[in-house]
Design a protein around this ligand. Structure first.
Ligand code: GLC
Length: 535
């Protein structure tokens, strides 16, 4: 694989800077903390990291409310720390993708402050979506709950598809377009290898701001398939990405754009990764698929077909900072566990079942051709923190939904490195911006390194084997198996996942390479287990 196309089969590890590693003991992760831990990711065997936002921000949406796109929030360090992180990653052979949030700024961004100060009718207000009226301009709801319009004391309304502290930019304004081209160059010049584009399907709104009365869709959920709603997946977004692509193509080394677009069906999503647009799009239909052979096979097939059609690589993902961790999600009966957030008093997942399925799901995912995304902590088998007291919740969805949605804090808790250290080795002090559950000692990295059968060693072996057998650039051929199972060949590796109640046989003569749990006494693949074997 030429290095220019490194991303086609890459495994990309998402770092959530608040919760990865804290160098100064203030309970909030930071860039020097990340840099110091990068050798661990090299040892794990990933190809690249994606960093959630670290820019100056009032942190009303954990940094997805950006006040300055060209800086680093002092909580996380300095621009010099960002440069050091990028250089260290490159020395270790890791690529670096940063998060770009173009749909909205923070209300503390200089442009929005200027818009507030300048008043109705001013050019400053043209960069956002302001409207007059006694009533909200339309019926749109915020993704986090409540109306998507906020009224100012001067009578005007502004649009915010997310929190009221996240005003939507007006992407029909040439200054907005020019500004983001410049921001792209700012980070490309600093050496980043790409951008994960936040809410990539939201930038352009239907010109008439047509009413949309369907219930608002919570984050981490897909709109029902059908004509796109007036705020999502409008045709005009594609022109923006074509322009961005031409900027990236001026830089050497294979710089990429990754779309966060909650769009379906897969053919609509694939439109973001046509040859002159982005390079990858997160495969949320795959993330959302139930733990069932038929549905997963259908989604794998339709994803590969839709991406093949446009010449793009297919991506696979099971967890991120917006959804319940898959080790917990898969511990619920089918159809449950998909809401964003689980709290005390809610139905709880079966932790053992969830982890068993999560390990099987990961082995299945990492055997698929294409690129895969991992979320920090999943290599430890970390479950969601489902016992967070509601008073410590910080996700704006909790307040804005009127305490209906617990929100995403449970997947954002600082991760455990050392079982017996303060804050489980997250930082030097016993401080963590969200409390860590005591049970996480068992999941700490130092309890798993070198331990045969640990989830960490399973991930490490899988990543090594995936590389040796070139599974990321291979081709999937389905094999006949029991109806409750999936079996396929990718190059010289045969993969079997058993979703059913009865154990299933491997093809005759198969030599086991890896297995998410031991096989049964008869050499059969038990329920909720994935096996990689060679023929
Ligand atoms: C994306 C992010 C999410 C954030 C939202 C608003 O969906 O992944 O965390 O809250 O955009 O920026």
């Amino acid at each position: 694989m030429p290095t220019e196309a490194w991303w086609r089969d890459a495994v990309i590890y998402q770092i959530y800077p608040r919760s990865f590693a804290d160098s100064d003991g203030d309970g909030m992760g930071d860039l020097p903390g990340i840099t110091a831990r990068l050798p661990e990711l090299r040892r794990l065997g990933v190809d690249a990291i994606w960093l959630s936002p670290f820019y100056p921000s009032p942190q009303h949406d954990a940094g997805y409310d950006v006040a300055d796109y060209r800086g680093v929030d002092p909580r996380f360090g300095s621009l010099g720390d960002a440069d050091k992180l990028i250089d260290t990653a490159h020395e270790l052979g890791l690529r670096v993708i940063v998060d770009l949030v173009p749909n909205h700024t923070s209300s503390e961004h200089a442009w929005f402050r200027a818009a507030l100060a300048a008043g109705p009718g001013s050019p400053e207000r043209q960069r956002y979506i302001f409207r007059d009226g006694a009533e909200p301009p339309n019926s749109w709801q915020s993704v986090f709950g409540g109306p998507a319009w906020e009224r100012l004391p001067d009578g005007q309304w502004y649009l915010h598809l997310f929190d009221a502290s996240q005003p939507d930019l007006n992407w029909d304004h040439p200054e907005v377009r020019a500004e983001f081209l410049d921001i792209l160059r700012f980070w490309l010049d600093r050496g980043v290898d790409g951008f994960r584009v936040d809410v990539a399907h939201g930038l352009i709104k239907d010109a008439d701001l047509t009413d949309w009365t369907a219930p608002s869709v919570v984050l981490g959920g897909l709109e029902p398939a059908g004509p796109p709603p007036p705020m999502w997946d409008q045709e005009g977004v594609h022109e923006i990405y074509r322009q961005w692509r031409s900027v990236l193509d001026e830089y050497p080394g294979g710089r990429i754009l990754v779309a966060e677009a909650w769009v379906q069906p897969e053919e609509r999503l694939a439109r973001y990764v046509r040859p002159d647009e982005m390079h990858q799009a997160f495969n949320f239909p795959y993330l959302e698929a139930p733990w069932a052979a038929t549905e997963l096979r259908e989604i794998i097939d339709s994803s590969l077909a839709a991406n093949d059609e446009v010449g793009a690589t297919t991506t696979w993902v099971l967890s991120n900072h917006d959804v319940v961790r898959h080790a917990s999600r898969l511990g619920f009966p089918p159809g449950e566990g998909r809401r964003p957030g689980i709290g005390i008093g809610d139905p709880q997942p079966d932790a053992g079942l969830g982890l068993r399925r999560a390990r099987a799901a990961t082995l299945l995912m990492l055997a698929l051709p294409g690129s895969a995304y991992l979320y920090q902590g999943e290599e430890l088998g970390l479950p969601e923190h489902t016992g967070l007291p509601d008073e410590v919740r910080q996700d704006p969805a909790w307040e804005r939904s009127g305490h209906v949605e617990r929100g995403r804090d449970g997947c954002r808790v600082p991760i455990p490195w050392e079982a017996d250290a303060p804050s489980f080795g997250f930082g030097p002090a016993d401080a963590s911006w969200l409390p860590q559950p005591a049970v996480w000692a068992e999941y700490a990295l130092d309890r798993q390194v070198g331990v045969p059968g640990s989830t960490y060693e399973l991930y490490r072996s899988a990543l090594r084997t995936r590389r040796t057998h070139e599974l990321g650039s291979g081709e999937l051929v389905w094999l006949a198996t029991d109806p409750g199972a999936l079996a396929f060949r990718n190059g010289d590796v045969v993969v079997v996942t058993n979703f059913g109640d009865e154990p299933v046989a491997l093809p005759g003569g198969a030599q086991i390479l890896l297995s998410s749990e031991p096989l049964d006494a008869g050499g059969l693949v038990p329920t909720d287990v994935t096996v990689w074997a060679m023929l």
